[in-house]
Design a binder for this molecule. Structure first.
Ligand SMILES: [Zn+2]
Length: 110
């Protein structure tokens, strides 16, 4: 079950994906040439249409996992829990990186 944390980029709480969940969504976001070519041949669409189709599938998968209603597939890159640091000991928000020396949200030293 995804954990919900404040996303400083989106300025609201969002479900963050653990590594098992990320492993389901990420391949759709970073789809590679052979899969795009195959999709294009099967569906008769342009390269850009194929990229958008895979990004939309990533969004649908994220929403299926989280029950959220994300509509911007590019935002998904910000929802990988492993990209953040631990919770702030004071406010509970995630530190922006694992190397963060303080919490940007409340100013407490990490
Ligand atoms: Zn804090």
């Amino acid at each position: 079950m995804p954990e919900i944390y404040h996303c400083w980029r989106r300025e609201k709480p969002v479900p963050m994906l653990n590594e098992a969940e990320w492993a389901v969504v990420e391949p759709l976001l970073s789809i590679k040439g052979p899969d795009i070519r195959e999709y294009r041949e099967e569906n008769g669409v342009s390269f850009i249409e194929a990229i958008h189709a895979f990004r939309d599938m990533a969004c649908e998968k994220y929403n299926e996992i989280t029950g959220y209603g994300e509509q911007n597939p590019l935002s998904l890159w910000n929802y990988r829990l492993a990209n953040y640091g631990p919770e702030c000991s004071s406010c509970g928000h995630l530190l922006r990186t694992s190397e963060a020396s303080y919490c940007v949200q409340c100013g407490v030293k990490a």
